[in-house]
Design a protein around this ligand. Structure first.
Ligand code: PGA
Ligand code: ZN
Length: 429
């Protein structure tokens, strides 16, 4: 039973407010969890504090509405996660959690899951595995490190938001982290050699922000860094252009922050095809805008790599079903604060699996040092995660937790696979 629920306004990695939740049960106090930014998150809109981005209304909704209701209820955190999440959804009553705020609801949902795991005497990843109805052995995901930042996460003129490295040619998380980190350090040297030491600043997700604008320039830098680190062939690449951000009136403005460089969807498709041919790219996320469904469907017919819907699907079963009916992609990005409860995120993942799709777990660009998604990715067996560069506390805390999980499972004498080249179909391992 839940004995108290408290919330507070704290800061995320961008210095914007986010929600911290502290939940206590009669047996154990449980961890603090946070929800970060999203369209459905409740912001105060009071320009005199944090430029209107304060979350005091969401905090008040937890303190004065959700908390008293949950404390009065007879929900058990160890067995009733789905019931609790359903209750939270109903208490809000809107389609997009706009009344109480997805930031308020998610923080509570996460805190309940942590408390549920503690009450059950199991690790959070095991609690999530049981909630999802998943099987064993546990699969440790391939970490996708976003080492070059662009788009709205940076101040350079690169339209593409994320250029990632994925160490698939290793056998463990510990090796993957080492490889990612070493390539990151080599990339820093390559950037200094090419652009001087003033160019090693980093963006919102800890990746470098060199003064480049074309995707092939970013990929060429990665090729050099991987080669000088001695890992050619063991590391593949992935791109998230986050193209909704530069889609205007049916066209894509790749000049983004400087010259127009407008491309039609067809021209953009040609660009992707040439990049896929030239570089070892294994995953493409949001290559087209969230409402440009026809381009998604057309590209999915010819695209041979994992095609992930982020803005397109928003971790929502309604959109996942729509994408399936339009044959628009073959994988879902999973961001828990896009949907607002743990149970609904699990439901979306299971639906994607039922279509034989991949599921790619993701952090947000505005993050905290909460490591919940590391347990989530193992519990759901999704086989890959992006928490961005191996740099900055709010990014590395997820990778460090994954190394802990890997060591813990092996230490318990249990079988534990590293997804490696099976990252897309890890659920079937
Ligand atoms: P966001 O970026 O957290 O700013 O939405 C991440 C992404 O697009 O995958
Ligand atoms: Zn994305």
């Amino acid at each position: 039973m839940i004995s108290s629920l408290h919330a507070a306004q704290r800061l995320d990695s961008r210095g914007n407010p986010t929600v911290q939740v502290e939940l206590t049960t009669e047996k154990v106090p449980s961890g603090a969890s946070t929800g970060t930014h999203e369209a459905v998150e409740l912001r105060d809109g009071d320009d005199s504090a944090y430029g209107g981005r304060g979350v005091k209304r969401a905090v008040s909704n937890i303190e004065n509405v959700i908390g008293p209701e949950l404390v009065m209820s007879d929900f058990r955190v160890d067995t009733d996660q789905k019931k609790i999440d359903h209750f939270l959804k109903a208490l809000d009553g809107t389609k997009n959690k706009a009344k109480l705020g997805a930031n308020a609801i998610l923080g509570v949902s996460m805190a309940c899951a942590r408390a549920g795991a503690a009450h059950s005497g199991v690790a959070l990843y095991e609690f999530i595995r049981r909630e999802a109805g998943g099987k064993k052995p546990f699969v440790i995901p391939v970490p996708f490190f976003n080492v070059i930042n662009g788009g709205v996460h940076s101040g350079n003129s690169m339209a593409f938001q994320e250029t990632m490295i994925a160490p698939i040619g290793v056998a463990s998380m510990a090796e993957a982290v080492q490889m990612g980190s070493e390539v990151y350090q080599h990339l820093k040297k390559v950037i200094v050699e090419n652009f001087g030491s003033a160019a090693i600043g980093i963006g919102d997700e800890g990746g470098f922000v060199p003064p480049i604008s074309e995707p092939h320039e970013a990929l060429d830098l990665l090729v050099q860094a991987v080669s000088s680190a001695g890992y050619s062939g063991k590391i593949k690449f992935a791109i998230d252009p986050a193209s909704s951000e530069f889609f205007r009136e049916g066209k894509y403005g790749l000049g983004f922050k400087k010259s127009p460089n407008i491309k039609t969807p067809k021209e953009l498709m040609v660009l992707y095809e040439s990049l896929l041919e030239k570089y070892p790219i294994i995953l493409l996320e949001d290559p087209f805008a969230e409402n440009d469904w026809d381009s998604w469907t057309e590209f999915n017919k010819v695209c041979l790599v994992e095609l992930v819907g982020d803005d397109l699907l928003v971790t929502n079963t309604e959109y996942v079903k729509m994408a399936r009916s339009k044959n628009a992609c073959n994988a879902m990005l999973l961001k828990i604060n896009q949907i607002g409860t743990i149970s609904e995120a699990i439901e979306a993942a299971n639906l994607a699996y039922s279509y034989n799709w991949g599921v790619f777990v993701s952090h947000r660009s505005g993050e905290t040092t909460d490591d919940f998604i590391a347990d989530l990715v193992v519990g759901l067996r999704t086989g890959h995660i992006k928490s961005d560069a191996p740099c900055r506390g709010e990014r590395i805390v997820k990778y460090n937790r994954l190394m802990d999980i890997e060591a813990e499972i092996l230490g318990d004498g249990e079988k534990c696979l590293f997804a490696g080249s099976q990252f897309k179909n890890a659920i079937k391992c």
